[in-house]
Design a protein around this ligand. Structure first.
Ligand code: FAD
Length: 434
């Protein structure tokens, strides 16, 4: 062994870097290792980075609502300046269509009332005042363009939408991860890039460190898997996957960037728009563009892939997503040149993350982020530090779950909610909506 640390964090994405920061603030000697050249170059770099408080569960919503306050006070939270600049939170709000598929948002609003999160209901006329090109017809069920009924309303009208003021998006997710790295380094964390973890060391029934691609062995009593879409590969390397009831795998996703409808400045006057009726979400993007993602309707095939070998080119799916939004935004241009990104989600069986210990003492994981945990990264880093501190201090988290205080909204979260041993949570949307 050449070097030793208190903790090795595997992965320097937005959640790995946040975990490294929180652990270093707890006075642990932290090494964060990533096989890519810089922080946030993995799936974080392709994130839509939307901040929104609405999830299917009370715990999911509470964590997301809490996240909003960290992004609002990003510079204060980090406590350092990054010479590359700071990621910017555009607090433009979220507009969510009420439709049959989301039960006209009644379950979501019940959850948000429970956690004290503000919202405002809008009539169709108020929606159109904000976004004049919106059509409030229902197209349910979501279809593919080759379906003869694609683009035809089912004859129903949508009754309105809900505006959530505590949401928006972060302009540069990769920069956000770099900001976290700089803050972590300021409190002593070490980052190593272009270096892969190739093995997990064990001794006397617990984790003992890692082996790097350079052949170097690093000693550490605690190792945290924050490897994003590679999470299942690291869990297999550590031999802990068998002990998990909820597992993770990599799902390919395409995100389209198209110009705003003519005469409208979506970059400045737009909003994060979520529409389960057509299974599309979008948000403003620089250059007066609109960024379009999919809410995973049943008619689309889910592409589970090997994270080391997948197609990074756009496919027909790009056009499908643009055309779906063009049903709702009727003057949306459909360009012939495809722009956007292709990236991977690290999806858990119930689309709720796993923030937990493992059956191997000293080995922890923040995985299964299911395309919806960018917003929570700064909170999750602190949750992981609390969990690790409690477990290493002797608490049996599987029997006596650790709880975490969400300080901005003054609420306790039982971290057992994120257990690897839970049964799939049937309240989940089983989609990117969480
Ligand atoms: C297209 C897309 C859109 C999204 N949109 C949103 C959104 O709007 N809102 C939201 O909240 N969330 C969103 N997400 C989800 C969010 O971006 C992720 O949950 C988050 O970025 C995950 O961060 P991470 O640090 O866990 O993973 P990553 O950023 O993937 O980082 C993992 C790191 O581990 C490294 N690694 C892997 N294996 C090894 C190894 N063997 N050795 C060393 N390093 C290794 C990788 O190189 C990588 O850098 C989206 C995700 C995608 C892909």
């Amino acid at each position: 062994m050449t070097k030793s640390y208190d903790v090795v964090v595997i992965g320097a994405g937005v959640i790995g870097a946040a975990t490294a920061l929180a652990l270093a603030r707890d006075d642990r000697r932290v090494l964060c290792v990533d096989k890519l050249p810089a922080a946030g170059y993995g799936s974080t770099s392709g994130s839509c980075a939307i901040i929104r408080p609405f999830y299917s569960t009370v715990d999911g919503s509470a964590l997301a609502y809490e996240g909003h306050f960290y992004w609002k006070e990003w510079a204060e939270f980090l406590g350092v300046a990054d010479e590359r600049g700071m990621a910017r939170y555009v607090n433009c709000g979220n507009l969510v269509v009420k439709c049959a598929r989301n039960k006209y948002l009644e379950p979501v609003l019940k959850v948000l009332r429970e956690i004290g999160c503000p919202y405002r209901e809008l009539t169709p006329a108020e929606v159109k005042k904000r976004l004049p090109f919106v059509v409030m017809d229902s197209f349910d069920p979501p279809r593919r363009p080759e379906d003869p009924l694609f683009g035809h309303s089912n004859g129903e009208a949508l009754p309105g939408a809900v505006l959530f003021p505590t949401g928006g998006y972060v302009t540069d997710p990769q920069l956000a991860a770099h900001n976290l790295q700089v803050a972590a380094e300021a409190v002593g964390a070490i980052f190593r890039f272009n270096t892969a973890i190739v093995d997990i060391l064990k001794k006397a029934g617990r984790v003992d460190g890692v082996v790097l691609s350079s052949g170097e062995r690093i000693a550490a009593p605690v190792v945290v898997n924050v490897a994003g879409p590679h999470s299942f590969k690291i869990n297999r390397m550590a031999g802990v996957e068998e002990g998990m009831r909820i597992k993770t795998r990599a799902l390919r996703h395409e995100v389209a960037h198209v110009p705003s409808p003519a005469g409208f400045d979506y970059e400045h006057d737009g909003i994060h728009f979520s529409d389960q009726d057509t299974a599309i979400y979008c948000r403003p993007e620089i250059g007066n563009h609109i960024l379009i993602g999919s809410e995973d309707p049943e008619c689309d095939t889910r592409e589970w892939v090997d994270p080391d070998d997948f197609n990074r080119e756009f496919t027909e799916q790009w056009r499908v997503q643009v055309m779906r939004l063009a049903q709702r935004f009727q003057t949306l241009p459909i360009p012939s040149k495809m722009k956007g990104i292709v990236e991977l989600y690290d999806v858990s069986d119930d689309w709720i993350p796993i923030y937990d210990k493992s059956d191997l003492p000293g080995f922890y994981m923040a995985v299964g982020t299911s395309g919806n945990q960018f917003k929570n990264a700064p909170v999750v880093g602190e949750m992981m530090a609390k969990l690790i501190g409690a477990c290493e201090g002797g608490q049996d988290h599987d029997r006596d779950p650790v709880s975490f205080h969400l300080r901005h909204i003054d609420r306790q979260v039982n971290l057992g909610f994120y257990s690897r041993r839970r049964s799939p949570d049937t309240r989940s949307s089983f989609s990117v909506l969480g």
